[in-house]
Design a protein around this ligand. Structure first.
Ligand code: 3H9
Length: 697
């Protein structure tokens, strides 16, 4: 018998224990171990009921994703589960932690299910571009009905044990923490009551009730809106529908076909890359696993604006007290009022109770005095982008903060080393770049200065996890990873419009690729005045910053969404960008002024120029060691800028397209358009020469 699955008997209960850390994924060893243990249990005449239980932190969390893409080794999961369902004596699943994907499918193949109250169940395959491929789409609807099965399978969202009990997915839920004891007690009840084998596949009442219902059409229409561009959710729906139209085993066959279609889709490859990249990003290259991490039990934040307030909420949400500092009382009052409004809005949506709102507000202490930071473990400065002001602030922090406090800047572009030079402790200075809205966006781009200590690097990565962000550690340069690449895309988008494209054409190409919004809609969201102010500052400093039609928008007070007019116009209360003929005229006038004759620009050119310029820059970022791995860049773009996870991130996407064809196009643009941004990155050339990909680095 395999060591990862063992069989032993406890009284009249035959116990099958899975022990395959970290999450008991259904590797080949687990699948064959389950079969062998089941057979042993069936042959054990003294075992009246069999119990499947897991060691470690969780019940089975799904198929072993690391095996995907490799040749499948028998026994396959569907046949293991069918075999469990066909067992000659009752089989009970005892669930703790999470029963997910193939894990829940194993439990659905068992005849009874008991769980700890803290457990959760779900079929999250859709988040990996898949569908439950081991009977989940056929068995779950037989227990939970069409509506709930569709919800769970097309969103992948988990359901807490209490709700799963109410839905009929579980038979019992128990308090406590000892799953083995809970499982044994429940199995004993089944044995004592002489309960029979009860196969989910034979249940028909919920199937009969929902047969012919319009729920499938409603879901399909909903998915057209919510799952735009995605492949798997529609396949999930088709598979669930098959449970209502076909006999069980034909339904299983249909599920298998649809599963294989998903397996072969590039979206599955992208989503699984994104899944592992997110986890790998937290393991910083060159940083020893046992690097000490400082305790962060209190935080000071400078600036109660949109950013500072959002950052404060992240800490209050996980129970860490925050001192929020402003220069003036009215700015502080305004900032706190916005935080309260955000929390109240969550309460209105039922996401928080009023008591939780008050608890979180109570964790945020307003302050006007730097001295209040004397005991905090971490300070995050979130004032506007001005080096002189930031240096003044850091010099002040150096005076008031205790030794060992981490001094972080939320700068999105500025030099961390220069900021650190204002202190006597550059080893404690680091960048912590949050993305707007900071209480929502998952990315935390942590920026190491040249002197930042390993302990501080490890601590800010741990802080990211603590506040439920995806942390990525990157190097120090203008704009770091994300904004440095965005800057190139923005310049290219502007150039395309100058040459003849419309802003809406550029944006549509980007949204068709899967971005939630295009470059110009994003400018309207951020505020046209932001870029304008930066350009004006640079002009004042004597830099040669070319004129732009965006300047004219700012000068006319078209500042974006906040004034209901920017690159687009907006109807009262709506965020939907509407193309504005006035802006088209303004752009036409600008072209005339500059002596540009507009030309037809194809969507393909827009796609290549906006994306390849980023990829070329990404290659330079890797070459310079600003990002350690291409997956770090992918994670920055997926979690900070909404790059579609199903494309795996820009660098993974580039690998899929083929670096040789990208290099050819970059060279062509370098020859025809010129500019440093199109100078092929040496790393890109090297990879093409060696026939390698970014992912091979
Ligand atoms: C499926 O089941 C298909 C079937 O329907 C059909 C088959 C025919 N496999 O997230 P964490 C690793 S599809 C392999 O940091 P947490 C993970 O990479 C699957 N490895 O912990 C990490 O490794 P490392 C459906 C896996 O406590 C470590 O475990 N299931 C798998 O924050 C810890 O993970 C899912 O989609 C896996 N399935 O969260 C569930 N899962 O330490 C996916 C995790 O080397 N998993 N690992 O970095 C999760 O949602 C979370 O991992 C979980 C734990 C909630 C379980």
């Amino acid at each position: 018998m395999s060591e990862v699955v063992t069989y032993n008997r406890d009284g009249s209960i035959g116990v099958i224990t899975v022990n395959y850390p970290p999450v008991n994924a259904l590797s080949h060893a687990v699948r064959s171990g389950l079969l062998a243990a089941l057979e042993q249990g069936e042959q054990d005449a003294d075992a009246k009921v069999l119990l499947v239980v897991c060691e470690g932190r969780t019940f089975i969390a799904g198929a072993d994703i690391r095996e995907f893409g490799k040749p499948m080794q028998e026994p396959g999961l569907p046949s293991v589960i069918n075999r469990i369902e066909d067992a000659s004596k009752p089989v009970v699943a005892a669930i703790h932690g999470t029963a997910l994907g193939g894990g829940l499918e194993v439990a659905l193949g068992c005849h009874y299910r008991v769980a700890l109250a803290s457990a959760k169940v779900g079929l999250p395959e859709v988040k990996l571009g898949l569908l439950p491929g081991a009977g989940g789409t056929q068995r779950l609807p037989r227990l939970a009905g069409a509506q709930k099965a569709l919800e769970m399978i097309t969103t992948g969202d988990f359901v807490a044990a209490g709700e799963a009990l109410a839905l009929g997915i579980l038979d019992a839920v128990e308090d406590g923490s000892d799953i083995r004891a809970v499982g044994l007690a429940f199995a004993q009840q089944i044995a004592d009551a002489g309960k029979p084998v009860r196969k989910v596949r034979e249940l028909t009442d919920k199937i009969d009730a929902d047969k012919g219902s319009d729920v499938f059409e409603r879901f399909r229409a909903g998915l057209q809106q919510k799952a735009r561009g995605l492949f798997a959710p529609f396949k999930c729906l088709d598979a669930v529908e098959a449970a209502f139209n076909l006999p069980f085993f034909d339904g299983l066959k249909r599920e298998r076909e649809l599963f294989m279609e998903c397996m072969a889709s590039p979206q599955r490859a992208g989503l699984i890359h994104a899944f592992f990249a997110e986890r790998e990003a937290s393991k910083v290259k060159g940083l020893a696993k046992d690097t000490p991490v400082r305790d962060v039990r209190s935080v000071g934040i400078i600036g109660a604006g949109t950013m500072g307030g959002g950052i404060a909420m992240n800490f209050a949400n996980v129970g860490i007290p925050v001192i929020l500092l402003e220069v003036k009382q009215d700015a502080l009052d305004k900032g706190l009022a916005i935080i309260r409004r955000n929390y109240e809005n969550s309460a209105k949506k039922g996401k928080l109770t009023q008591a939780q709102v008050e608890e979180r507000m109570a964790l945020i202490t307003p302050s006007l005095a730097y001295e209040d930071f004397s005991q905090v473990d971490l300070v995050i400065e979130a004032v506007f982008e001005n080096m002189a002001i930031k240096k003044e602030i850091f010099a002040r922090l150096d005076e008031v903060c205790k030794p060992g406090a981490i001094l972080a800047s939320n700068t999105s572009t500025l030099d961390i080393d220069e900021i650190a030079s204002a202190t006597t402790r550059p080893q404690d200075v680091v960048g912590m770049h949050f993305f707007s809205p900071a209480n929502v966006m998952k990315l935390l781009e942590n920026v190491r200065g040249s002197q930042t200590s390993d302990e501080v690097k490890a601590t800010v990565m741990a802080v990211a996890k603590k506040i439920r962000k995806v942390g990525v550690l990157v190097g120090n340069c203008y704009g770091f990873v994300g904004n440095r690449m965005l800057h190139q895309r923005g310049a290219e988008a502007m150039a395309l419009v100058n040459e003849g494209a419309t802003p809406q054409q550029v944006d549509k190409v980007l949204t068709d690729l899967g971005y939630p919004m295009g470059q110009f809609a994003m400018s309207d969201l951020a505020g046209i005045d932001v870029g304008y102010r930066i350009r004006e500052e640079r002009r004042k400093a004597g830099e040669n910053v070319p004129a732009s039609w965006m300047d004219k928008l700012a000068e006319q007070g078209r500042l974006g969404q906040k004034t209901q007019a920017g690159v687009y116009k907006y109807e009262e209360g709506s965020r939907k960008p509407i193309p504005d003929p006035e802006v088209e005229q303004l752009i036409a006038a600008f072209r005339q002024e500059q002596g540009i004759t507009p030309r037809e620009i194809t969507d393909q050119e827009i796609l290549e120029r906006c994306m390849y310029v980023m990829i070329n820059e990404g290659a330079k970022i890797l070459e310079e060691g600003i990002a350690d791995r291409s997956l770090d860049i992918d994670v920055v773009w997926i979690f900070g800028y909404g790059f579609p996870a199903y494309r795996g991130g820009p660098m993974f996407w580039a690998d899929q397209i083929g670096l040789d064809s990208i290099l050819d196009t970059v060279k062509r643009f370098h020859d025809t358009l010129g500019g440093e941004q199109w100078k092929p990155a040496a790393l890109l050339e090297q990879l093409v020469r060696e026939g390698r990909k970014f992912g091979d680095l």
